[in-house]
Ligand binder design. Structure first.
Ligand code: DX5
Length: 219
């Protein structure tokens, strides 16, 4: 089953709870909250307070994508705010193995994310402490960017690596996901699709956008 998550980075910030509920009512499997600190990425977005508020608004998976330096310093707060899953960037962690273990110790799913320029080899020693791997298909920091096609081959190689190692770890894809790129990402091995501007835009209402995305990946 392909899971679709709405990234509220592209939602109307004045109606964040409503927009998250709209996506959930339209059938997304989860909501992703992109936490940015202005240092790991140039943008500054949400903190624990927004995660806690959204926890009260949605029932599905609440996924926190930390694009911050030293994520180990605030894992507890995001876990207590109601995150079901926390992604940290491999590029931001001095000790990724320890950080992923800590996330699990808070009873939350541990996810590792790699940027487009980061090779798969950095993941090899982390499979035993990782519940999900997120491949960035845009440079992190903003919604509405173009999908980086070269990451499709990277996802195919990652899927092979996991299969050869006997690991059943889902691959999530984040950035530039729409009705054209979603089927490509699925055929490359992704089973969790994070979408922002293809769900939240003024071209069509949220429910129509989610339905179109879902249809594009239906086999
Ligand atoms: C970018 C974020 C993405 C972004 C996706 O750094 O991690 O989740 O919001 O937005 P779209 O789907 O518009 O690329």
């Amino acid at each position: 089953m392909i899971a679709i998550e709405a990234s509220v980075l592209s939602a109307d910030f004045l109606r964040l709870g409503e927009q998250a509920r709209e996506a959930e009512a339209a059938g997304v499997d989860g909501i992703q909250v992109d936490v940015m600190d202005g240092r790991f990425v140039p943008n500054i977005t949400f903190g624990q307070g927004i995660v806690r508020a959204l926890r009260g608004a949605v029932h599905g998976v609440l996924d926190v994508h930390l694009m911050i330096v030293e994520p180990e310093l605030c894992l507890k707060e995001f876990a207590e705010a109601g995150a079901d899953r926390i992604f940290v960037h491999q590029e931001a962690c001095k000790h990724p193995h320890r950080v992923l273990q800590s996330i699990r110790e808070f009873g939350v799913e541990a996810g590792i994310t790699i940027n487009p320029g980061t090779p798969l080899s950095v993941l090899e020693e982390l499979f035993d402490v990782t519940d999900i791997i997120q491949v960035m298909t845009v440079k992190p920091g903003y919604g509405g960017q173009a999908f980086i096609q070269s990451q499709l081959d990277k996802m195919r190689r990652l899927k092979e690596m996991l299969e050869q190692g006997g690991f059943e770890i889902p691959i999530a894809v984040d950035g530039g996901i729409d009705t054209n790129t979603a089927p490509l990402a699925v055929s490359a091995g992704a089973t969790v699709l994070i979408a922002g501007s293809s769900i939240y835009n003024d071209r069509a209402p949220v429910d129509q956008n989610v339905a179109a995305l879902r249809e594009s990946v239906e086999i």
